[in-house]
Design a protein around this ligand. Structure first.
Ligand SMILES: NC(=O)c1ccc[n+]([C@@H]2O[C@H](COP(=O)([O-])OP(=O)(O)OC[C@H]3O[C@@H](n4cnc5c(N)ncnc54)[C@H](O)[C@@H]3O)[C@@H](O)[C@H]2O)c1
Length: 247
């Protein structure tokens, strides 16, 4: 396999599951050294088993405001200045808008939006100084369309796209690109839980390609945006939705 990411250091949040884990595997298979971060203690063992050497897991709750700076410091200590950041940690807490409890609203914003910002800010500081960086934020089709029971989720993901626009224009002159990726439902633990049963079958029928996305499809898009070849793409929100938001 082409060692496209040889010598690159990648921080990936949400690396113990779903899209984050699949991106970690994709980049590690192509030569990157991966620093995976997750709430789950399993992240250390999962990173140790990735292809290649020198991967490192950090079990951490990213909603602690001081976490991002400490994670970037630990990355520099164990591996070096990061070249790539993928913000994949997130939750989907679904409630009818009239019923959203304040705690679930806040929990959604804290991880989906604030933690992504703090990680981008902490990594962006050292990337700007180094003159190179690739930051990819997981948004969602929910960033550009409304979905039933997704008030907090849609709001958090639309905000990610706004944040991506600002970071991209501030850091483009410094060699740091910042993009968002917006999948339709992806068959991960989060996607399967949120779209179980007839609700999911109906949603598939409404997607022009007739199915949900696979984590590997999202990982290969993120791999492209994380590569040297994608230097001219910044500030984009790339939809990977089987045509759903165009109909
Ligand atoms: N699966 C989908 O259908 C889908 C669609 C569009 C966008 N997304 C987005 O992609 C991202 C990844 O989703 P996924 O499907 O892989 O989810 P997942 O549930 O499989 O994985 C998410 C990971 O984030 C971690 N995490 C959650 N809260 C955390 C915290 N406070 N601190 C540290 N880690 C934390 C979890 O432990 C988990 O390992 C999310 O941002 C999600 O909103 C998912």
């Amino acid at each position: 396999m082409e060692q496209q990411f040889e010598g690159k250091i990648a921080i990936i949040t949400g690396a113990a599951s779903g899209i984050g884990y699949t991106v970690a595997h994709h980049l590690a298979s192509r030569g990157a050294r991966v620093i995976g971060v997750d709430l789950s203690d399993s992240v250390g063992a999962l990173m140790a088993e990735l292809p290649g050497k020198g991967h490192h897991g950090i079990a951490r709750n990213l909603t602690a405001p001081e976490a991002a700076g400490e994670i970037v410091e630990e990355t520099i200590r164990v591996a070096g200045v990061p070249h790539i950041l993928v913000n994949s940690a997130g939750v989907a807490l679904l409630d009818a808008a009239v019923d959203v409890p304040a705690a679930r609203w806040q929990a959604t914003i804290d991880i989906n939006l604030s933690a992504s910002f703090y990680m981008a800010q902490a990594a962006g500081r050292v990337m700007v100084d180094a003159g190179y960086g690739r930051i990819i934020n997981l948004a969602s089709q929910a960033a550009v369309i409304g979905l039933d029971q997704h008030a907090a989720y849609c709001a958090s993901k639309a905000a990610i796209v706004g944040l991506t626009h600002v970071l991209s224009l501030e850091w483009a002159p410094k060699g740091v690109t910042v993009n968002a990726v917006s999948p339709t439902v992806v068959e991960t633990p989060l996607g399967k839980k949120a779209w179980a049963g007839e609700k999911g079958e109906k949603a598939k029928r409404e997607i022009p390609v007739g199915r949900f996305a696979q984590p590997e499809e999202v990982a290969s898009l993120i791999g492209y945006l994380a590569s040297d070849n994608a230097a001219m793409i910044t500030g984009s929100n790339v939809l990977i939705d089987g045509g759903f938001t165009t109909v």
